[in-house]
Design a protein around this ligand. Structure first.
Ligand code: IYR
Length: 223
């Protein structure tokens, strides 16, 4: 057993119970206002804002601290076009037969279809890759753990960070997403996990009239 090196913890802000409740409530209210947007403005967003949010995502906890993620921040119009064309091809196959009727019925309230203009209109596409394993310096395979859970946590951090920066997001998952390895030249140990569209909503953007579960439906308190 190696003796793990430990250093003192930098600490957390000391909040009174009322300050803690206010902070928790503020964040809850802020996240309640988040909606997935499918109608984006072509209004630019500085890359530095996106980069900061992605760095926040990279602070997520991960299995054995392997940090099994890679983020591509795509603003290049030619790459966005390639991604749109490839995604729409998969989506057409999905909507025209690959998806079971039950799945299409579940999606009906969202009003989605195979056209994905937002992939070109929104200023940024953030493509999150899950690293299924790593490589050491000698070219040997390194096992990674809980990679999906880890990348999911990072994606959650990212979505919250973008929302707090006043940006709209769309969690887009054309299926399968293997074309993203080709377009973005990513290695075979990386699997596309999520294509996150980020930018400002179009001025006349609408959202589906859907509701969220009441807290009582998903929380059981056992004080
Ligand atoms: N990937 C398709 C279909 C789709 C699937 C789910 I699950 C959604 O929550 C929304 C859409 C599309 O993006 O249209």
């Amino acid at each position: 057993m190696t003796d793990p090196q430990h250093v003192p913890f930098a600490g957390l802000p000391e909040l009174s119970p009322s300050a803690a409740l206010a902070a928790a409530r503020n964040f809850r209210v802020q996240m309640t206002a988040r909606r997935t947007i499918r109608d984006f403005a072509d209004r630019p967003v500085p890359v530095e804002v996106i980069r900061e949010c992605v760095i926040a995502a990279g602070q997520a906890p991960s299995g054995a601290n392997m940090q099994p993620w890679h983020f591509e921040i795509v603003g290049n119009p030619e790459l966005k076009r390639q991604i749109r064309l490839a995604a729409e091809e998969e989506e057409r196959a999905f909507y025209e037969g690959r998806a079971a009727d039950e799945w299409l019925e579940a999606l009906a309230p969202l009003g989605t279809d195979a056209d994905k203009p937002f992939l070109e209109i929104a200023p940024w596409l953030i493509v999150i890759f899950e690293q299924r394993h790593g490589w050491d310096d000698e070219g040997r395979k390194v096992r990674y753990y809980y990679t999906k859970e880890s990348v999911g946590l990072a994606a959650g951090f990212l979505i919250a960070a973008l929302h707090r920066a006043g940006l709209a997001t769309l969690t887009h998952t054309p299926s399968p997403m293997g074309f993203l390895n080709g377009i973005l030249e990513r290695p075979a140990n990386e699997k596309p996990f999520l294509l996150l569209v980020a930018g400002h909503p179009a001025p006349a953007a609408t959202v589906p009239a859907i509701s969220r579960k009441a807290p009582e439906e998903y929380i059981k308190l056992r004080p």
